[in-house]
Design a protein. Structure first.
Length: 155
């Protein structure tokens, strides 16, 4: 019988990251995954279309994300994405439209929410700091941070 230092259940992003840390610390690990593949919610399908289609996570959010360092250490590269200009909105009944083609009240509301979202990081959380860490520093989610009433009230 083999004895391991750690058992990791799930080979999604968190399980793989834990496995990497333990492996780098020279610990023996056993990783269990219920699916026939690793990656969890990160899943690229090559059979659905003539080009690869992302069925799960596909963006790295922020320049200071841990994922950026992992991509670089693997010798891989990322592609910049102009996200806000490419968003489409739908009520679920009609075809999705770009923001500029939406009715005025809805367009104004969504534009305000997107602007407020962009301002949250500037107003509250320093670069590279996780929300959980920030909250653990004795701060609460009241006031103008995290979901700023002042930023969102006008929209």
């Amino acid at each position: 019988m083999t004895i391991y230092d750690a058992l990791i259940v799930g080979a999604g992003a968190a399980g793989l990251a834990a496995g990497r840390i333990l492996h780098d610390a020279r610990r023996s690990i056993l990783m269990l995954e219920a699916r026939d593949r690793i990656g969890g919610r990160i899943h690229t399908d090559y059979d659905f279309a003539v080009i690869p289609i992302e069925f799960g996570a596909e963006f790295i959010h922020g320049d200071h994300a841990v994922t950026v360092d992992l991509v670089k250490s693997a010798g891989l590269h990322t592609l910049p994405v102009v996200r806000m200009g490419n968003l489409r909105w739908s009520d679920g009944k009609n075809p999705a439209l770009p923001l500029a083609q939406l009715p005025d009240p809805l367009r104004q509301t969504l534009t305000g929410l997107l602007q407020a979202y962009d301002q949250l990081s500037e107003a509250c959380i320093t670069g590279g700091l996780f929300v959980g860490t920030w909250l653990g520093m004795g701060r609460t989610h009241s006031g103008r941070c995290l979901v700023s009433p002042n930023l969102l009230r006008q929209h």
